[in-house]
Design a protein around this ligand. Structure first.
Ligand code: ASP
Length: 205
């Protein structure tokens, strides 16, 4: 999603593929649509050279996970360029035990992903069934719009998610000034940021 004119592109429930964001971006830039789902989405992307891959290539080895912690595979990013343009993207394999036809929050603008040059960008992780119901990404960005700094905005959105649905989640935020916010009510959430003046990373706030 791009924050200048709220352009968005997304795919859901696509066959295994290495770079689903590439397909989502093609939907945004090359189709009149916002969201394409199912095998037909990849079929459509093939005309631009976008391909799937064998499922085995996407499997994470259990040994790669820190002991005692069950890791999810969601990856989210929010970026701000020198001209003040924000963009956000989220990619996920979904949740364990899901219905094969399920679509989660990640591809839904406002739920798992949001970018608005006038307020901020966001990418969320956690159980989509909770995140969708409170529109977590949009809610947190709106908290920035209302005056909260990005970290406080993350806390507010996550508190509201817990209060209204009982769900836990994690979210990264970036505002138009380049201020980073992150928060999680899950056990942990791997995060990293980089700016011209430095970088940091961790797995708990
Ligand atoms: N939010 C993702 C989903 O519900 C899963 C995750 O972030 O772990 O599909």
């Amino acid at each position: 999603m791009e924050g200048r004119d709220l352009r968005a592109g997304a795919v859901g429930n696509v066959p295994p593929m290495r770079h689903p964001i590439e397909l989502a971006r093609a939907v945004m830039e090359r189709s009149p649509h916002v969201l394409l789902v199912g095998p037909g989405a990849l079929e459509w992307g093939r005309q631009f050279g976008i391909e799937g891959c064998p499922l085995d290539e996407l499997k994470v080895r259990a040994e790669a996970e820190p002991s005692g912690v069950e890791c999810a595979d969601t990856v989210g990013a929010v970026a701000l360029d020198a001209e003040g343009r924000l963009a956000a993207a989220t990619s996920t394999g979904g949740v364990k035990g899901k219905h094969p036809a399920r679509v989660g929050d990640s591809p839904l603008p406002g739920a798992g992903t949001w970018a608005d040059d006038e307020a901020g960008g966001a990418s969320a992780t956690g159980t989509g069934e909770f995140i969708i119901r409170v529109n977590l990404a949009r809610r947190c960005v709106d908290a920035i719009r209302a005056g909260a700094d990005p970290t406080a905005a993350a806390d507010q959105g996550l508190a509201e998610l817990r209060r209204r649905t009982g769900g836990t989640a994690g979210i990264i935020l970036l505002d138009p000034q380049g201020r980073v916010g992150l928060g999680h009510t899950t056990l942990g959430m791997s995060w990293a940021w980089r700016r011209a003046d430095g970088a940091a990373s961790g797995w708990k706030r």
